[in-house]
Design a protein around this ligand. Structure first.
Ligand code: NI
Length: 182
């Protein structure tokens, strides 16, 4: 183990369905301060440890409009992305993808979303960013921004499938699931 950064990054608790914090509307980030930088670093660390490819602040109990993601996590040369106050400007087309979520344990399901989205926000230093996304990036951004609005991907599947999940969760059935955790 490389211990160089172990005193800097903390693994945060990831809240899971049906916790209320996942249903709250996150507030815009106004101050880009040290506390925010620490939160960002800890969220990135937590995402990699989990492991997942995206994490929204609600999921770690912080009601701030902040997401982190890395579609292709590697051991070497990691390039985590941060978006503050992300907003979907427009969306086009339809794409169906098998989604999972670090906050929805032991489940995955197909979700249909826009195939392309334009998103604006700011990087971790507050510099404005515009993203034209398609493919997995478009899916990931829509999934994470949903989190900031208190929406989970299981809200976007059929009522029947959702009922199935609730039943399964109740029984605490353990089963290996496919799909990336966003
Ligand atoms: Ni998620």
């Amino acid at each position: 183990m490389d211990n160089n950064n172990s005193d800097k990054n903390n693994e945060l608790k990831i809240y899971t369905y049906p916790d209320n914090v996942l249903r709250a509307h996150a507030e815009p980030v106004r101050d880009i301060d040290d506390d925010l930088q620490n939160l960002i670093d800890n969220m990135i660390y937590t995402m990699y440890v989990a492991p997942g490819i995206g994490l929204a602040a609600n999921q770690v109990g912080e009601l701030k409009r902040l997401i982190v993601f890395d579609l292709y996590p590697r051991k070497e040369g990691r390039d985590p992305q941060v978006l503050i106050n992300p907003e979907i400007i427009s969306g086009e087309g339809k794409e169906t993808f098998e989604e999972g979520c670090l906050s929805v344990i032991d489940f995955s399901a197909e979700v249909t979303r826009n195939a392309q989205v334009k998103v604006k926000g700011a990087d971790r230093h507050g510099k404005p960013v515009d993203i034209e996304a398609e493919g997995l990036l478009a899916i990931c951004l829509q999934h994470e921004i949903d989190h900031l609005n208190g929406i989970l991907y299981i809200d976007r599947i059929s009522g029947l499938k959702r009922a199935l999940y609730k039943k399964k969760l109740k029984k605490k059935l353990k089963k290996k699931v496919s799909g990336l955790k966003l």
